[in-house]
Design a protein around this ligand. Structure first.
Ligand code: COA
Length: 164
């Protein structure tokens, strides 16, 4: 998909080194290059949003039968809050619609930007895993919220969200 200066394409093995560097900029527990390679080898679906030829956002989804799990989504720090995370998630949901009835994910309870993004698409909290993540500052633990979306919306975003 190409709109203006953005393009969404499949993730390739060659992207792994750069993705690992970008992940380290935005995630407390970032995926390594090996994590990306293992995930692609396992048949997970990887998506890259490029803006002006640079990787701006990335997402990886695992599908099992008619269910999907959003394993990661990230936007490089200097390109956050410009609608790119929404654009990529919208694309992913459109790609999966028709063969997927439910998408699940886990998110740190304190990750308000990500929770805001997911709620915008209609994800609802379905559970909590107490102390699931190591604390972001290296001490303590942080809860994971389990969130789900079903069915996947027609145009990527549920009523209430703005255009994707
Ligand atoms: C979460 C993330 C992917 C959002 O991407 P983004 O491109 O910045 O998000 P968008 O610009 O599309 O914003 C979509 C919605 O997300 C929420 N949001 C995004 N950034 C936010 C922030 N800094 N504070 C509060 N809400 C925020 C808002 O609800 C926003 O809608 P609005 O602009 O109408 O208020 C991005 O912040 C990121 O990469 N974070 C680090 C990695 C991460 O936490 N990934 C998720 C792991 S579960």
């Amino acid at each position: 998909m190409t709109t203006a200066l953005t393009e969404i394409r499949p993730m390739h093995r060659e992207d792994a080194p750069q993705l690992a560097r970008l992940e380290a900029l935005v995630e407390a527990s970032p995926w390594s290059e090996k994590n990306f390679l293992d995930s692609l080898n396992a048949g997970h679906l990887g998506f890259i949003l490029e803006k002006e030829g640079q990787i701006a956002a990335w997402a990886v989804v695992m599908t099992v039968l008619d269910e999907a799990e959003l394993l990661i989504i990230g936007v490089r720090p200097d390109m956050q809050r410009q609608g790119l995370g929404s654009k990529l998630l919208s694309f992913v949901l459109r790609e999966l619609r028709g063969r997927t009835v439910l998408m699940n994910l886990e998110v740190r309870a304190g990750n308000l930007p990500a929770i805001g993004l997911y709620k915008r698409f209609g994800f609802l909290q379905t559970g909590i895993r107490r102390g699931y993540y190591p604390g972001e500052n290296g001490s303590g633990r942080e809860d994971a919220l389990l969130m789900s979306l079903s069915p996947l919306p027609e145009c990527g975003m549920n009523a209430g969200g703005s255009a994707a």
